[in-house]
Design a protein around this ligand. Sequence first.
Ligand code: FES
Length: 121
Amino acid sequence: MSDHVVCGADELDDGDHLVVELEGREIGVFRVEGEYLAYTNWCAHQGGPVCEGSLAGTTEATLDPETRDYDLDWVKEDRVLRCPWHAWEFDALTGDCLHSDQYRLVEHEARVEDGDLVVSL
Ligand code: FES
């Protein structure tokens, strides 16, 4: 495993992300809810550049099975990564795909050392 300084940790505000090349691989680095995260820029659907997508929220539906009434709520603001190819959504804090528990982002260790954001591959 090798460590790479990506940028100063304070260069990323909450909700920011960028894509960098490390060892010939495109890696997306994110700051979400104060956490630093890194994922391979590859979507489990059809290999799209998922980390180049937008970070926003998503709509969550709650259904009352008896009355069949439902509520729609906007949730996870600045936490949902939407792939630019076909709009699959991933939770950027956990790497989980929101549409299926069979898929997730490929995660790498990200941490702050001496004020720098370091990613290990
Ligand atoms: S390649 Fe990402 S949603 Fe299709």
